[in-house]
Design a protein around this ligand. Sequence first.
Ligand code: CP
Length: 307
Amino acid sequence: MNQLSVKHLLGIKDLTENDIRLIFESADNFKRIINRPLKKVPSLRDFTVANLFFENSTRTRISFELAEKRLSADIINFSSSSSSVTKGETLIDTVKNILSMKVDMVVMRHPSPGACQFLSRHIDAKILNAGDGTHEHPTQALLDAFSIREKLGDVGGKKVVIVGDILHSRVALSNIFCLQKLGAEVMVCGPTTLIPRHIKELGVKVEHNLRKALEWCDVANMLRIQLERQDIRYFPSLREYTQQYGLNMEMLNSLSKEIIIMHPGPINRGVEITSEVADSSNSIILDQVENGVAIRMACLFLLAGVK
Ligand code: CP
């Protein structure tokens, strides 16, 4: 099959293993293209894409915009803080008004889990979820798995630990679905209060000791503490969190084998990861960012082809 099984990219949960492999093959081609002197292709000429960001973003917003430009799409950028949302306009009214200007695809980030699913029931345009609250961040998981494949040759059979604030993380959930569909083993590690109570039902291992988790894994994906989503105190202080779950060079060098370090960004240097680790040769953090453009080009291109 050379077509995706879905009309929208709402979450990794909806994708088949074949969809993910198709996206990777397409991203391989686009990565070659964006490393040429001539980086643009006409694949989405005459397509209009609206980037609707109801929540802050640096990497995802810029990466989607660059991916769209490399594909020659026309682009509309919308940020809720400078829009009529501040005057009380609803999500559906906002999007329907934008779509009446003949938009083909919508890339949306929204603080509410399920916002993209909700929208997909009300509009005809293709929707790509750029992160919906604590639910899913599918393109992040795809670029993460693509980066592991690039570094280790395959994702299948690899052991990946996701460390930190699993409870509030859309990156964690999308990564769990994506890695498992590709045959990896997944562990989550963090304080009890930041691990969802029923997460084992997803088939992941749970470990509360960082050293044990790192000794087990081939890849450690270090997550940020999402203070903006925390309504209560989940641990005594950031200092204590760092003492137990922060990754430093001393810990990394003391492991019995080399592991790969990932982080979706934004990094809180000195909290979940030290600068030395983030900038070390073990880290593929900037490869993840680079791969994000190729992955998003692949997702946009393949979804545009779905009837
Ligand atoms: N990884 C990620 O989603 O980063 P942004 O919030 O900067 O887009």
